[in-house]
Design a protein around this ligand. Structure first.
Ligand SMILES: Cc1cc2nc3c(=O)[nH]c(=O)nc-3n(C[C@H](O)[C@H](O)[C@H](O)COP(=O)(O)O)c2cc1C
Length: 339
């Protein structure tokens, strides 16, 4: 195994935004980056099959502003994963992450995602192949258990086996996955969170970076988790970052101690330039970008008007980027669009 100079996490707190299929596409990531310069962003999961046989550039291209950026791969064949990790490296990603946590049926039939946790040696072989192929960190995102495979011994064995292959950073979604009977959505809600089990893993593997994921929604919650003496090396935030993206501004101010965070209006206005560019360069429909901006004024006065405007204006024929201005004005007036 090559001993990588990687995974020495930066001195800044390690806060990342979770890979989320259909949500964290490149437009969403650009938008989130305007709010937070410091969080680590992840792509949606991309399967090795899609990269090897599909339109690679469509899956991999991103804006330079998105750095630091990790590519999440879904797959279970060491050779294919190594090839795709290399593609990701060549495109300029900062990290390659292997998905060992996704419970969907489609993923199970492809023998990857959470079901891989039942085969630690196979995951180790995949990691070893990727580590050999690239000079950037190779990380693993997994659950704390799967079906009847659960508890400290199981998880500890999984982590030890995969760490021995060269993975230094594990992101643990602190709930197990039930592969039979629960939908992917239920698998993010029904199995209980167990932060203590993840903490035990950290205590037993002080040399590894253990990133906690699952159920984090406030800076008050996050702060002690990354500072306690036996604390985690970082946290990953999923749904809250998408549904309430300006939560990232709290993280910037309170955790990264960044005093100069864009206000919501500036974020919206800056998106106009991005939308223009995407429409010109790639003919991207405006609604594919604005759909990620719905939550910008979450729990703010006029938030409902903003959301309503973004649910209608981008769908009108010939919609132009200045619909963002219209939506902002509608919100300011605090009146429904029709008035
Ligand atoms: C819409 C959606 C799509 C997701 N897609 C992925 C994915 O592609 N890869 C992955 O590892 N996890 C995926 N997840 C799980 C999240 O990365 C995260 O582990 C989970 O939402 C728990 O974090 P949270 O409680 O902060 O949301 C997805 C979650 C959601 C809500």
């Amino acid at each position: 195994m090559k001993n990588k100079k990687l995974d020495s996490l930066s001195p800044l707190p390690h806060i990342s935004i979770a890979p989320m299929m259909d949500w964290t596409d490149r437009h969403c990531r650009y938008f989130l980056r305007l709010i937070s310069p410091h969080v680590l962003l992840y792509t949606e999961m991309v399967t090795t099959g899609a990269l090897i046989h599909g339109d690679r550039d469509r899956f991999l291209r991103f804006d330079e502003a998105e750095h630091p950026l990790a590519l999440q791969l879904g797959g279970s064949d060491p050779g294919d994963l190594a090839r795709c990790a290399k593609m990701g490296r060549d495109y300029g990603y900062d990290e390659i992450n292997l998905n060992c946590g996704c419970p969907s049926d489609r993923v199970q039939s492809g023998a990857f995602g959470a079901c891989l946790m039942k085969e630690p040696q196979r995951v180790a072989d995949c990691v070893a192949a990727m580590v050999e192929a690239v000079d950037i960190p190779v990380t693993v995102k997994c659950r704390i258990g799967v079906d009847d495979h659960e508890g400290f011994e199981f998880l500890d064995h999984f982590i030890s086996t995969v760490a021995a292959a060269g993975c230094r950073t594990f992101i643990l979604h602190a709930r197990k996955a039930w592969l039979k009977g629960l939908s992917p959505k239920e698998n993010r809600e029904v199995p209980p969170l167990d932060y203590n089990l993840v903490r035990q893993i950290k205590l037993n593997h002080s040399n590894l970076n253990i990133i906690l994921n699952g159920g984090l929604t406030t800076t008050e919650q996050i702060y002690p988790l990354i500072r306690h003496p036996a604390g985690f090396d970082g946290v990953m935030i999923g749904r809250e970052a998408y549904q309430n993206p300006y939560f990232l501004a709290d993280i910037e101010r309170e955790i990264f101690k960044n005093p100069s965070v864009r206000d919501r209006e500036t974020v919206a206005l800056d998106m106009i330039y991005y939308i223009k560019k995407q429409m010109e360069l790639y003919d991207i429909p405006i609604k594919s970008i604005t759909r990620h901006m719905m939550g910008l004024f979450h729990a703010q006065p006029g938030g409902r008007v903003w959301r309503q405007a973004l649910s209608t204006l981008p769908f009108e024929p010939g919609a132009k980027p200045d619909i963002i201005m219209q939506a902002l004005e509608a919100r300011q007036r605090h009146l429904p669009l029709a008035a």
